[in-house]
Design a protein around this ligand. Structure first.
Ligand code: NUP
Length: 247
């Protein structure tokens, strides 16, 4: 299944604001790493200072930071302090939003409007209407949604066996950024072939077994990396080393 030219021009063929900022950061840092900040130094609960220190330390080696519920449980509304202190870094919200359009709008409005995220991951299985409405809310805030079309953990077969449909749905809804698992590089290659102009974000690198080089060679643009960096005794060295393996 290939996304047709008209579908890809419906994507605006141009990059959205979040991706543009990401690309700029990637060029500057030479890094394709999106840091997943779920824990810090193995700690489930961490302070604003812990998070800020870690981001500062690894910032030369990353192009973006991804925060989800674990970060929100630690920081609450201080997430907005983080996104404003590090205003040069595009922040990605990973709440895997998967609700009805109205509720999605409330969630995404808060993430973009109040917490300062530039992008947010939504589940593609919610279907065309909910995906389009999520994309519209994002646009209102000058932000973007990324569509999760596969997952990296064992047993995600029900979702993963529907990736091709979900890529098509995402394109139809005007979403060109996809989340595809690093642990299944063949899915990345397939996603890349079906949607050549998409931006592919790939989680599962490192602790979950995905390799940076294989993931990029399969066609990913960005690697989402958490514990290999956040749990390291020397996060900057680990980030630098992973970055080196990407180039
Ligand atoms: O399929 C997915 N797999 C995955 O690991 C989709 C995700 N969004 N993630 C997220 O990526 C996960 O929630 C975590 O924040 C990050 C991977 O972290 P780590 O396994 O590198 O520590």
């Amino acid at each position: 299944m290939l996304i047709t030219r008209s579908e890809s021009s419906a994507l605006g063929s141009c990059l959205g604001p979040f991706i543009k900022r990401l690309e700029k950061n990637r060029e500057k840092s030479g890094s394709r790493i999106v840091l997943a900040l779920d824990s810090v130094g193995g700690k489930e609960r961490y302070s604003f200072e812990d998070a800020a220190r870690l981001i500062s330390e690894v910032s030369p080696w990353i192009c973006s930071v991804k925060l989800g519920l674990p970060a929100y449980f630690s920081l609450g509304r201080d997430v907005s302090k983080l996104t404003s202190v590090f205003e040069g870094i595009p922040f990605l919200a990973d709440f895997k939003t998967a609700d009805i359009p109205h509720t999605n709008q409330l969630i995404l409005g808060y993430l973009f409007g109040e917490l300062g995220f530039g992008g947010a991951i939504v589940h593609a299985f919610i279907g065309p209407t909910a995906l389009s409405s999520a994309r519209e809310v994002a646009e209102l805030h000058g932000a973007e949604v990324l569509s999760l079309v596969g997952m990296s953990h064992l047993g995600a077969d029900l979702l993963n066996s529907n990736m091709d449909n979900m890529i098509k749905l995402s394109a139809g809804a005007g979403i060109s950024s996809l989340v595809v698992p690093s642990t299944l590089p063949e899915m990345i290659s397939r996603a890349r072939r079906s949607a050549p102009s998409s931006q592919i974000f790939s989680p599962g690198v490192g602790v979950q077994g995905g390799s940076p080089r294989t993931t990029l060679d399969a066609g990913a643009d960005y690697l989402i990396v958490g514990r290999s960096i956040t749990g390291s005794d020397h996060p900057a060295t680990s980030a630098m080393e992973m970055c080196r393996q990407c180039n």
